[in-house]
Design a protein around this ligand. Structure first.
Ligand SMILES: *[C@@H]1O[C@H](CO)[C@@H](O)[C@H](O)[C@H]1NC(C)=O
Ligand SMILES: *[C@@H]1O[C@H](CO)[C@@H](O)[C@H](O)[C@H]1NC(C)=O
Ligand SMILES: *[C@@H]1O[C@H](CO)[C@@H](O)[C@H](O)[C@H]1NC(C)=O
Ligand SMILES: *[C@@H]1O[C@H](CO)[C@@H](O)[C@H](O)[C@H]1NC(C)=O
Ligand SMILES: *[C@@H]1O[C@H](CO)[C@@H](O)[C@H](O)[C@H]1NC(C)=O
Ligand SMILES: *[C@@H]1O[C@H](CO)[C@@H](O)[C@H](O)[C@H]1NC(C)=O
Ligand SMILES: [Cu+2]
Length: 368
């Protein structure tokens, strides 16, 4: 299926009258896909390993997407005003198939790839540079964090402190201590950024149904609520070691996002979301916080490392679960290499098999 998009990309370049095909981003990516090597792969760097100029390019790339129009038909999704919002819209719409399911890792990998491609093709983001990642172990959620201090080359600060903080309810019977913020992000490039989707209560999750008014616009500021309890007790080296020691993809997925909260911890994927708080911890609408993509880049890095560590025993094409959240029996079939995942107006549909290898087929990126 990726052949079609390369053709369209080249035609687009030709139609635009660009004479030097090999230097255009679209043609460059097509060329790299044919012969992907360590040398020509897009490099996804840890945030602190990027130069200041690279960090600023990423920040302005996200702002660029926020300045471009939504790709949904006008009026269909009132909360989706811009191209960046489209990622949240597509994510919300598929919430109950792409989480705690057999499609989770593949779907989020492709979503990152689409964002990365749009940064390259529309927003002047350097073509050899990929989406950065948030190394949970290296960049804790502190006021001095290179990702979250609120300086001009960060993703913005914690939210301002809530004078009346309440415990955070995760399920009917499970709650966690409140964080140290809670109100609007007021420092850094995304200070007072407007978000419009949700908020959606986590108590909606067991019902498995997206609220009918999910497309409605509810403009407000981006908030965060950094949670030191979560980052120290759940987002730590012991859990990363346990994750990488997984012998099966079922265990690997379960250590990222366990179905049963509290039995084996929160899972690293869920803990990252909850450590940030605010919309970043919204099961449905989390891509609204730009840190979403750095967190998921780290999740994808974890998967990449695990896949690469034992390719002979089939980790590359290992799957477990169905296309429905919590993978209940008999609702949707067990996924396999041919299961198709979709991306609305953001991109073509692909099979899980096409999302299995960061260094082959439609992808050519590596983590550094
Ligand atoms: C939501 O997803 C379904 C398929 O799962 C699709 O048919 C529908 O068009 C999507 N809606 C929007 C608004 O993207
Ligand atoms: C929450 O606790 C109550 C009282 O113990 C129990 O009846 C209920 O089933 C629990 N809910 C869930 C989702 O486990
Ligand atoms: C959607 O409906 C719920 C339930 O009626 C309501 O609480 C919420 O404010 C509505 N959301 C928006 C964005 O209108
Ligand atoms: C997925 O993993 C679970 C738990 O290990 C297991 O019971 C189930 O059989 C697996 N499904 C497939 C298709 O391998
Ligand atoms: C993949 O799953 C689908 C749906 O259950 C099934 O029709 C198909 O035969 C499976 N393919 C393989 C190769 O097992
Ligand atoms: C899975 O699908 C990919 C892409 O279509 C293909 O390259 C690969 O050989 C398939 N692997 C298995 C084990 O079926
Ligand atoms: Cu998600």
């Amino acid at each position: 299926m990726h052949i079609a998009s390369i053709t369209v990309g080249l035609l687009g370049v030709l139609a635009a009258g660009v004479s030097s095909i090999p230097t255009s981003p679209a043609a460059g990516i097509a060329t790299r896909q044919a012969t992907c090597t360590t040398d020509n792969a897009i490099v996804r760097k840890e945030w602190t390993a990027m130069t200041r100029a690279e960090r600023l390019a990423y920040i302005s790339g996200i702002k660029c997407l926020q300045s471009l129009p939504s790709r949904f038909p006008a009026g269909l999704i009132p909360a989706a005003i811009n191209n960046y919002d489209d990622f949240t819209a597509v994510h919300i719409n598929q919430s109950f198939s792409i989480h705690i399911s057999g499609t989770f890792l593949s779907w989020h990998r492709e979503m990152l790839h689409i964002l990365e491609g749009e940064l390259h093709s529309k927003c002047n983001y350097p073509v050899q540079l990929g989406i950065p990642y948030w190394n949970w172990l290296k960049d804790p959620l502190l006021d001095v964090s290179p990702i979250f201090s609120g300086a001009d080359d960060t993703l913005g600060s914690n939210g301002d402190p809530d004078p009346n903080p309440q415990p955070i309810q995760l399920t009917e019977n499970v709650s966690i201590p409140h964080g140290t913020g809670g109100l609007c992000v007021t420092k850094g490039p995304f200070a007072n950024m407007e978000i419009r989707f949700g908020p959606f209560s986590p108590l909606l999750i067991p019902g498995g149904v997206i609220p009918a008014n999910w497309t409605a616009s509810n403009p407000r500021c981006l908030t965060r609520d950094f949670n030191p309890y979560i980052s120290t007790t759940h987002l730590n080296v012991a859990f990363v070691t346990l994750l990488q020691a997984s012998l099966t993809i079922a265990d690997f997925q379960d250590r990222l996002t366990p179905t049963a909260l509290g039995v084996t911890g929160l899972g690293l994927h869920r803990a990252g979301h909850l450590a940030l708080g605010g919309p970043a911890s919204d099961f449905f609408a989390s891509p609204q916080d730009p840190s979403f993509f750095l967190h998921h880049s780290q999740v994808d890095r974890m998967w990449t490392i695990w896949q690469d560590s034992d390719i002979t025993s089939g980790r590359r094409y290992a799957y477990n679960g169905t296309s429905t959240t919590n993978s209940p029996v008999g609702v949707t079939p067990e996924v396999n290499n041919s299961t198709v995942i979709t991306f609305g107006p953001l991109g073509e549909s692909i099979s899980l098999g096409e999302a299995a290898d960061p260094m082959a087929g439609r992808y050519c990126y590596r983590y550094e």
